[in-house]
Design a protein around this ligand. Sequence first.
Ligand SMILES: O=C(O)c1cc(=O)[nH]c(=O)n1[C@@H]1O[C@H](COP(=O)(O)O)[C@@H](O)[C@H]1O
Length: 274
Amino acid sequence: MDLEKLIKQIHVKQSFLCIGLDTDLEKVPPHLLQEEDPIFAFNKAIIDATHHLCVAYKPNTAFYEAYGLKGWKALGKTIDYLNANYPEVFTIADAKRGDIGNTSTRYAKAFFEEFGFDSITIAPYMGRDSVEPFLAFENKHTILLALTSNEGAYDFQTQKVDGMALYEKVLQTSKTYKNAHNLMYVVGATKASFLGDIRKIVPDSFLLVPGVGAQGGSLKEVCHYGMNQHVGLLINSSRGIIYASKNGDFAAMAALKAKELQQQMQEELKSLGR
Ligand SMILES: O=C(O)c1cc(=O)[nH]c(=O)n1[C@@H]1O[C@H](COP(=O)(O)O)[C@@H](O)[C@H]1O
């Protein structure tokens, strides 16, 4: 998907919400376990109930890989369902990959071509030749981990290298990669106060911001420090939306939670005159 389409969706839906499909069979309503494919049945119900409130879905592949072949099949059915029924929605494979060049190319083929995702999350640790194979795919987006939402982010990402924090070095250096226009970055909502400095380095890039809801990040703060002239944010919530209820009303309750975030986003857009 090209970025203009994504930006248009943000304005049409008055939302920059990404819903995380982190589907865990221990948390889905028990009646779904009778279905032939309970993971897909859950995802389909959530997607059908929320697609008008969000602009992106982000299945985290760990939740599918945990079920082996059955999980991979459910992931395949989920992305096929999204692409067939809601092609306007941006899709993110949250796989956090990255390896030597020829291996990265295989990962890129798997998620961009075989599955048909619009984007993938990538760890920057192995450097340029591990990231550029993903960037070679036009109209596909590589979302590089910059400053993550977890406590461990302070172990390495904020440590100084050449007078700057390592996450700043990641942002700065990645801008020199071939096809850098296909880059986006992950910044955790729990690190909102860093967003001002991050915007000085990557003023125009889209940022995927997980960590509102269950991890306690503030949507208001993220918008305050992180919005750019194209909005430039995809704010993710997974557990806070998809597990709003364990009963027959789970999809309607998920939609209610998504609507609460969408309305806050609409207010933020309004205050910026958009
Ligand atoms: O890459 C990510 O999406 C990610 C990066 C990060 O720094 N923090 C983070 O929580 N995530 C992912 O975002 C989702 C957050 O889920 P909730 O905390 O349930 O909203 C999970 O799939 C995480 O793996």
